[in-house]
Design a protein around this ligand. Structure first.
Ligand SMILES: N[C@@H](CCC(=O)N[C@@H](CS)C(=O)NCC(=O)O)C(=O)O
Length: 219
C-alpha cells in the first residue's frame, strides 16, 4: 500500500493527500516531521515533507509525487493526457508554487507563528505576491477549475497555497490578494466545501496543537 509520510498541517502534504483521496486510493499516513536528522534525511534528502513510500523506496517533491501517482495509479485523472493540456496544468501548478506559495512561505513565521520576519524579506514577498496573483489571473481559466473544465493538479496547488498566501497578504500587508479575481475566490470557496477538503481541514485542525507545541519548543 502507498505510504504518505508527513504531517497534516503541511499544505504540500495535503495536496498529495487530496490527490490520493480524489482517486479513491488506499494509503497509510505515516507521521513524519522530517528535519535534518540522519534518519529523516534517509527518507527525505532535503528534510522536507511529503514523501511517498512505494514498494521500491521513497519519492520526494510534491510535484513529482503527484505525477508518479498519476502515472501509476487508477482513479480520477488529475492531469490531462494530451501533452499541451498537461503542460498547461503543470505550468499553472509551478507558477502557483514559485510565484505565490514560496513568497508567502517566506512570511509564514510572522503571519502564523508569532515570530518576526525582516522588513526587506516582507517587502520582496509582497511585490512577488502581487505579481504572482496577477500572473494567475492571466493564465488560469477558472472555467470552472483552475485549468479549465476538470479538477487537476493545478487545483490542488491552488487550494492549498492560495488560502495561506491570502492569509499572509491580509495579516502582513492588509491586502486582499483575490480582490481582482472574483472567479478565483468563488472556486476557492467551492473547493473548500468539498468532502475531501473538509476532511483534510479537520485533520489539520486536529493536528495543529501538537504542531504549534513543536514549533514553540524550537523557538
Ligand atoms: N519542494 C518541496 C517543499 C515541501 C515543503 O516545504 N514542505 C514543508 C512542510 S509544508 C517542510 O517540510 N518544511 C520543513 C522544513 O523546511 O524543515 C515539495 O514540493 O514537496
Amino acid at each position: 500500500m502507498l505510504k504518505l509520510y508527513g504531517f497534516p498541517v503541511s499544505n504540500y502534504y495535503n495536496m498529495v493527500k487530496h490527490a490520493l483521496l480524489e482517486k479513491g486510493l488506499p494509503f497509510e499516513e505515516v507521521p513524519f516531521y522530517a528535519g535534518q536528522s540522519p534518519e529523516a534525511l534517509a527518507i527525505s534528502p532535503r528534510g522536507k515533507v511529503p514523501v511517498l513510500g512505494v514498494e521500491q523506496g521513497f519519492i520526494n517533491e510534491t510535484s513529482v509525487i503527484l505525477q508518479y501517482i498519476e502515472d501509476t495509479q487508477p482513479g480520477t485523472a488529475l492531469l490531462p493526457k494530451t501533452p499541451f493540456e498537461r503542460a498547461q496544468v503543470l505550468a499553472l501548478a509551478k507558477e502557483i508554487e514559485l510565484y505565490i506559495e514560496l513568497p508567502a512561505r517566506a512570511c509564514f513565521a510572522e503571519a502564523f507563528f508569532g515570530m518576526q520576519v525582516p522588513e526587506t524579506i516582507k517587502e520582496k514577498a509582497k511585490a512577488e505576491l502581487i505579481q504572482g496573483f496577477a500572473s494567475l489571473g492571466r493564465h488560469a481559466k477558472f472555467a470552472p477549475y483552475v485549468a479549465g473544465a476538470s479538477l487537476s493538479v493545478a487545483d490542488l496547488y491552488f487550494l492549498y497555497s492560495i488560502s495561506v498566501a491570502c492569509g499572509v497578504g491580509k495579516k502582513l500587508f492588509g491586502l486582499d490578494l483575490l480582490a481582482e479575481l472574483p472567479a478565483a475566490r468563488a472556486l476557492l470557496e467551492q473547493l473548500e466545501q468539498t468532502p475531501h477538503a473538509q476532511r483534510i481541514a479537520a485533520d489539520k485542525d486536529a493536528a495543529m496543537p501538537a504542531f504549534l507545541a513543536m514549533v514553540a519548543s524550537k523557538k
